[in-house]
Ligand binder design. Sequence first.
Ligand SMILES: Cc1cc2nc3c(=O)[nH]c(=O)nc-3n(C[C@H](O)[C@H](O)[C@H](O)COP(=O)(O)OP(=O)(O)OC[C@H]3O[C@@H](n4cnc5c(N)ncnc54)[C@H](O)[C@@H]3O)c2cc1C
Length: 399
Amino acid sequence: MALNDDQRTLRDWVHGFAADVMRPAAAEWDEREETPWPIIEEAATLGIYSLDFLANAVLDPTGLSFPIVLEELAWGDAGLCMSIMGSSLAVAGIMANGTPEQQAEWMPQCFGTPGNLKLAAFAVSEPDAGSDVSSLRTRAVYDQTTDEWVLNGVKTWITNGGIADLHVVVASVDPELGARGQASFVVPEGTPGIRMGQKFKKMGIRASHTAEVVLEDCRVPGRCLLGGKDRLDERLARVREGKKASSQAAMATFESTRPGVGAQAVGIARAAFEYARDYAKERRQFGRAIVENQAIAFKLADMKMAVDAARLLVWRASWMAATRTPFESGEGSMSKLFAGEAAVKVTEEAIQILGGYGYVREYPVERMHRDAKIYTIFEGTSEIQRLIIARAVTGVHVR
Ligand SMILES: Cc1cc2nc3c(=O)[nH]c(=O)nc-3n(C[C@H](O)[C@H](O)[C@H](O)COP(=O)(O)OP(=O)(O)OC[C@H]3O[C@@H](n4cnc5c(N)ncnc54)[C@H](O)[C@@H]3O)c2cc1C
């Protein structure tokens, strides 16, 4: 599969940023466990942290530019990649559910400008509603007298949660309708009633901020309901009449973002494979390079095969999404599932190839392994991806 000139130029440019800016900073920000503002600022100055850049990558008609960018950034470092790309989750939420006017108003505010950076967050998960997004307890109640929505609830595990300038919050408007009674709301900068709860200390992607978001009588104007009230009322009426309604607010976002998550996992796996391959050629035991042992070289063969297979699944799903080819066998889920599990396996093998050196923080592969693990958990766990694929290929509502 050959990339065109534009895609190669884009890949090489982003790779330069990943190699020159992200790689040297990765270990420091992993230790600090803080949002890496100087790195985001540099990405913004170069134009990588911006709506224009995201839009150009996403709008490539072949679908390949976006996964290429994400693979390179995650190759640089997954935690820094997530801190640069975290805001784009909120953009995806606005894209999936907002009107063109809402998209034009809110999407630029997710990034800000160099020197005046903004962050955005997409808040779905709750303490008692992770995989089961139909059971969200956060409520959105309409106050007709002021034309405002009043949000109450607690969100958890939110990337950029509480430090974001703009939050997209998925809440239940009619709890009796489960997932089909939910809607997405923009909570703009400076809105009272939204605050950060606990900030989590994590195993990996530690440069990316993850925290609870607490909503207490948080009032947003009516125009902050993504899609608008008329569309929501029509949708709820259809559901109440037992008619099929369009896809749920959270699910519509996740469907479009899964191949991109897989692409990041490919980047981590590739980074670990390359590091282990180069190390195996250098490291000598028993008078020869360890790569001369089949036990090591075969591992490298399997690692490279897993990286390439994962990339092909990601590119296929991205191409299908861009060309509006329906996912008939859960191809989006397949790409995320395979790539996430490949990243965990490949990074673990990389540690094995480095032996004791692989287990200590002076070398990057233990960080890559810690980073890789989240890719089997967030944006739908591996089990949930298998459910989606199994249901798609059998036609049975597998549980
Ligand atoms: C670092 C990080 C960043 C995140 N960022 C965001 C974010 O920005 N926005 C956001 O909304 N959320 C975010 N999340 C939340 C993430 O999407 C959830 O953690 C994930 O969906 C899983 O939910 P849970 O943790 O509650 O696990 P649970 O749903 O409690 O699952 C626990 C285990 O049970 C399994 N399981 C559950 N149901 C089934 C089933 N029906 N069949 C088989 N197995 C099942 C799961 O696969 C898993 O192994 C983030 C999480 C982390 C850790």
